[in-house]
Design a protein. Structure first.
Length: 163
């Protein structure tokens, strides 16, 4: 049995984030749930991740994104934004309120892949994180992810309509 893994550096966090995401995409996982303030440091511009996203795109797949703000993601990851425009039917994006972060109710960032595990960034200043394959951690993360989603509003549209 694999136990939870503690992560204690930015490089380890970024490596784990990329590895877990690639593994989920390559395994053709149906749901991938992501939460971050702005997704700036996520590997959305990584060539291997974009290639895996293209291969993953198919019926019944869903990438769920929760953020405080998507503007930084749009600026930092234009290739991912183009992928999102092409595959808008696969992406559900919502913006949550800053009050959700108050009191430490939410981790700083989360990548949740049902039946694979959950990667949680606990403190961005120290890059302390936990990667857990435990079902109970996955269920707890899914519960609050769904609760935050219910209190969030749709955001990060596939296209911008102008007058």
């Amino acid at each position: 049995m694999v136990s939870a893994q503690l992560i204690e550096s930015k490089a380890a966090w970024l490596g784990a984030l990329r590895d877990v995401l690639l593994q989920a995409l390559q395994r053709q996982k149906r749901d991938i749930l992501c939460l971050d303030a702005d997704f700036e440091s996520w590997p959305w511009s990584d060539a291997a991740v974009l290639e895996a996203l293209h291969a993953w795109s198919g019926p019944g797949r869903q990438l769920r994104l929760l953020a405080l703000d998507f503007e930084t993601l749009k600026r930092a990851h234009p290739r991912f934004v183009r992928w999102r425009q092409t595959h808008s039917h696969l992406v559900q994006a919502a913006q949550f309120e800053a009050s959700e972060w108050q009191g430490g109710r939410l981790p700083q960032a989360v990548l949740l892949v049902p039946e694979q595990g959950v990667l949680r960034l606990l403190a961005r200043d120290s890059w302390r994180a936990v990667l857990s394959p435990e079902r109970r951690d996955e269920l707890a993360a899914r519960e609050w992810f769904d609760a935050v989603t219910q209190r969030s509003s749709e955001s990060f549209g596939a296209s911008t309509l102008g007058l």
